[in-house]
Design a protein around this ligand. Structure first.
Ligand code: XCC
Ligand code: SF4
Length: 630
């Protein structure tokens, strides 16, 4: 216990430096060099004031040219750009959710895809009014999956999952006309509104941004999470490890990267196959190690304890170890750089989805019907590539931390309920957690999410903010690359309780949890929404009254903006460390940071100074407590 020590950012950086040295030997490029060449960034783009949505442009707004050729002002341009950005993110998460629905639709008792959590399937079926009595579980799975797919194009009405929100929240969404209809409709509608000559009114554009965001968080992402649980199991606490040191020099290393667990689950399945392990030994390796990068890593870590090699800005490092036989990707957040980089080593860069095709890759098209064969072919390819390693290039930094992951809402409720020893009903109750918050043992919670971004010293913001929060008795729930930053540093080791304030430390000891709870991938931020909804229902408060905030200090993707919009629209104040290209319009910036509060009881704060960002979050949490008189 006494020798528990976090891995510092300086140690990460030293390890990266050494890997970049290897890269230099083989003429490899890296994001560090490319970022330097792209800086300083285009000011017009940064402020969101460049419009190129029609061929009369591009138009950029300056004091001398305050309007585009069509007469659009800066607020319309910034607002449209923001809406398009959101639509990109909502489409991406939601299409991932659709793939999962489709995988569930293909589930069969003989596999490759099976129903691993039938109770959860039954729960969703009942929630959606599907008759379950006497039905075969696979028939039911297909029926529910079909309904899930229909949510994308439903003709009338709003999203089924909205009913999970507290009554008050649902009323807000109705009143403000932001309750999302068909998922695809909200994405199309956003692109329609932001077409040349449609909306340029800031309120209209931001309102639709919230609605498109909600179609993601309470629609597509929620489908992705819920049906992944049905297919692959609802996560439970499980031990794993994080950082590049999880790769094993003597083994065939397969790294899974991307987001859709349909691929990574199958790879893990076959990498575990005795026949494959025997084959690896025949080829001179000691075994097979699967590790992950980005959200697909979170998915298999949460369900199988598969170790996490790293997060977004570490993806090139995996190849730079010289010990990666194959990096297998599905969709999203994959650097096109991996193609040329892999060519500098023996690594096979395997793309698998028609959605994410890249040059310099081996494309093995993966689909639900042939998933087993596809996965087997990929694992075999990696094994056969082991002999092509260049031993002089192999260097795996000796750096990893222990982590306990797998905190789905179900798992959190069960863990804390177990401590309180109360009756556990079907979903359980969040009351023990509420008691900790009301009594002040825990001051509140921060949902830490999102990516890395070279604009922020990678991982520092995530780690420093988490340290600050837990020292102040604020519990962290984390997902995405933020969760991986925490795990790599050691903040998901139960011993990290030593860094907590006295109250949170007690809770960690009693419940036997780390102070930073891994809730999964980015679509799993929908889990956070459900947790907030349950906390509100169990306490009789509105979500906006809870001492809970969201934070994405190093975000970079369109998905992150879509997420931010649904977190805010759900009533949770959200703190960003990177500006979403809106500084060019005071009206749009004002709406996002203040105006939307009148609609949805929450708003954004953008603050690039990490220390100030942390102070602002603590202050907001304490304000909420004071307002409640706790
Ligand atoms: Fe991608 Fe989800 Fe961001 Fe990480 S956190 S860089 S979006 S992998 Ni979602
Ligand atoms: Fe310029 Fe208007 Fe066309 Fe945008 S829509 S490029 S502002 S003319």
């Amino acid at each position: 216990m006494g020798n528990f020590k976090l891995t510092t950012v300086e140690e990460f950086e030293a390890a990266t430096e050494k890997l970049l040295e290897t890269g230099k030997k083989v003429g490899a490029d890296a994001w560090q060099y490319r970022a330097a060449k792209q800086t300083p960034h285009c000011k017009f783009g940064e402020q969101g004031v460049c419009c190129r949505i029609c061929a009369m442009g591009p138009c950029r707004i300056t004091p001398k040219a305050p309007r585009g050729i069509c007469g659009c002002d800066v607020h319309g341009i910034v607002g449209r750009n923001y809406l398009k950005f959101t639509a990109g993110g909502a489409a991406t998460h939601s299409d991932h959710g659709r793939e999962i629905c489709h995988t569930l639709y293909c589930a069969k008792p003989e596999g490759p895809y099976k129903v691993k959590d039938p109770e959860k399937l039954l729960r969703i079926a009942k929630e959606w009014g599907v008759e379950t009595e006497g039905k075969d579980i696979y028939d039911l799975a297909h029926e529910v999956a079909y309904l899930g797919l229909s949510e994308y194009g439903k003709v009338f009405g709003t999203q089924n999952f909205l009913k999970r929100a507290p009554q008050h929240t649902q009323e807000i969404w109705e009143r403000e006309e932001i309750a999302p209809r068909a998922i695809d409709r909200e994405v199309s509608c956003s692109l329609h509104m932001s077409h040349m000559g449609c909306s340029s009114l800031p309120e209209a554009l931001i309102r639709q941004s919230l609605r498109a965001g909600l179609s993601d968080g309470w629609g597509g992402s929620m489908a992705g999470t819920e049906f992944s649980d049905v297919l692959f199991g609802t996560p439970k606490p499980i031990e794993t490890e994080a950082n590049l040191g999880v790769m094993v020099a003597e083994n065939v290393n397969i790294v899974v990267h991307g987001h859709d667990p349909s691929l990574s689950e199958m790879i893990c399945e076959y990498a575990d196959d005795p026949e494959m392990i025997a084959y690896a030994k025949e080829m001179g390796a000691k075994g097979i190690t699967v590790s992950g990068v980005c959200c697909t890593s979170n998915e298999v870590a949460m369900r199988r304890g598969i170790p996490m090699a790293g997060n977004f800005l570490q993806q090139e490092n995996v190849v730079l170890t010289g010990a990666c036989e194959a990096i297998v990707v599905d969709v999203q957040c994959i650097f096109p750089a991996l193609g040329p980089l892999s060519k500098c080593f023996h690594t096979k860069f395997v793309t698998t989805s028609p959605i994410a095709q890249m040059p310099d890759a081996e494309y093995i098209r993966f689909n639900a019907e042939t998933a087993g064969e596809n996965a087997k072919a990929i694992v075999k390819m990696a094994i056969e590539n082991f002999k092509n390693r260049k031993p002089e290039l192999v260097h795996i930094p000796d750096m990893k931390q222990k982590a306990t992951v797998g905190y789905s809402v179900e798992a959190i409720v069960k863990t804390l309920d177990g401590v309180a020893n109360s009756q556990v009903d079907e979903m359980g109750t969040t009351k023990p957690l509420l008691e900790c918050i009301t009594s002040g043992v825990i001051r509140g919670a921060v949902a830490m999410v999102g990516c890395n971004n070279p604009k922020v010293r990678p991982d520092t913001a995530h780690i420093e903010l988490m340290k600050k929060m837990i020292a102040n008795d604020i519990i962290i729930i984390a997902s995405g690359c933020s969760a991986q930053a925490a795990a790599k540093a050691g903040l998901m080791d139960k011993e990290a309780k030593e860094l907590c304030g006295a109250g949170l430390k007690r809770v960690c000891e009693l419940a036997d949890i780390p102070p930073v709870l891994h809730m999964g991938s980015c679509v799993d931020i929908s889990r956070m929404m459900i947790l907030a909804a349950e906390l509100a229902k169990d306490s009789g408060l509105n979500i906006s009254q809870l001492p809970v905030v969201g934070c994405a200090p190093e975000w970079m993707s369109e998905k992150a903006v879509s997420i931010g919009n649904y977190v805010v629209a759900t009533g949770i104040d959200t703190f960003l460390g990177v500006d979403p290209y809106v500084s060019g319009s005071d009206q749009i910036a004002q709406l996002l940071t203040e105006g939307v509060r009148d609609w949805v009881e929450a708003a954004y704060t953008v603050e690039k100074d990490i220390d100030k960002l942390g102070d602002a979050m603590i202050a907001r949490i304490e304000e909420k407590r004071t307002a409640l008189g706790i």
